[in-house]
Design a protein around this ligand. Sequence first.
Ligand code: GLU
Ligand code: ZN
Length: 499
Amino acid sequence: MEVRVRYAPSPTGLQHIGGVRTALFNYFFARSKGGKFILRVEDTDRERFSEESLKDLYETLEWLGIDWDEGPIKGGAYGPYVQSERSALYREYADKLIAAGKAYHCFCTSERLTELREVQKIEKKNYGYDRHCRNLSTEDVEKKKSEGFSSVIRLKVPLEGETFFDDLLLGRVTRKNRDISPDPVLLKSDGFPTYHLANVVDDHLMKITHILRAQEWIPSGAIHVLLYKAFGWEPPLYCHLPMVMGKDGQKLSKRHGSTSVIDFRKRGYLPEALINYVTMVGWSYDDSREFFTKEELEKLFSLEKINKAPGVFDYKKLEWFNGQYIRRKSEAELVDEVIPYLKKDGIVSENITEREMLIIKNMMTLMAERLHFMSDISELSRFLFHDIGEYTLKDIIPKKMDYEGTIRVLESARELVEGFESRSDEENEELFRKKSEEVKVKLGSMLMPLRVAISGSKVSPPIFGSLRLLGSEKALKRIDHVIELLKEELKKEEENGKQ
Ligand code: GLU
Ligand code: ZN
């Protein structure tokens, strides 16, 4: 039997880590089995639907490179794949259930239902809908309808017995029927189906074989199994995925940081890193291996290796993965990756000039090891393209040194910056080391002010490479400027001292 799985998000918010994990597991499972991955948009909740979320869904999947075999835009044999385009179908199936005595019309007004809830609140009982309309006769129903009363359609949950499904991960999950929400609505008065009806009808009609979804849907599982039974259909196999937690053991949420994929994307995470890491949240290949390309996961993924225990989403770990992936990229790939950021931050012009391109190409080896996120590139490389703004002189002065000492150190460093390009990095290093001994400071105390003088920051890329990229002419100008500033400060200080 061909494996057919689906990712069925509701476009009511931005795609987040949990959703994408579900999408990835479904996608990799389908690929590993040579099956089909289907995308279905569950947009029946018209109040919470947002166009922006739908756009975000498509953009996120595209960015991650998760392509679907059947779904919106692409089509397929069981379409349409957007639920709002399938309304007539759900009505038809709801009517079938009514005809079979498995569902019924409920004419309760929202006022009545509100009152019911209020009474239950006072009684401190929460049994939900009181099944008021469950036993209306066909004549009653016809009469109400002809009088123009609107109705919803509810599922007749059996009053006794129990319902279960055998979850591939969790084993048998059983619920007493009397604990199941009394008679969930299947079709709303606006003619739109609820999640339960649309989800089950579509999974059946689209021949879905396995349902991999978050554990928050377990309570719905029993309702769905009842629906399958009511229709006389065989339910698919269920596999409710391990929870995604923050490092503190609480369910991952905004409290832990942003969970929207778009934010990770804007921050400069690479899709490869996110795919790899997110797949490791709740799945592992063996005890040691952590790095997998998307292509490898398409082959190696298996349901057997999904963990029962909740998965922990650790922002720091993802950051580390991202760094690893950046360092695995070729120079040419990195150049392509950084250009959009450099443009967006105004570091280079919209139409990159030849000179800018030359710097970009030459700087990547140097920058790569300092990048945690692609977006770091702008701050790291600004000094190569633009003059430095205000210096913070206190950043320039090494620990335990004063203006005078710093001036002296910079002046000696300056001598070596002249002619810098004609020597190898090793030669330069040797010269700087000797020089620092000569002026009796640590090498670091010599390089730090130099670094700040030419890059404006303590965290520039490696200093010799930076000097080379900037060119000694510019570097000398910047050093001279700083020396001048320091001298002015020194003078001020002396004057203050005299007073
Ligand atoms: N539309 C549901 C969601 O937003 C689908 C849940 C399921 O996979 O059944 O996640
Ligand atoms: Zn009712």
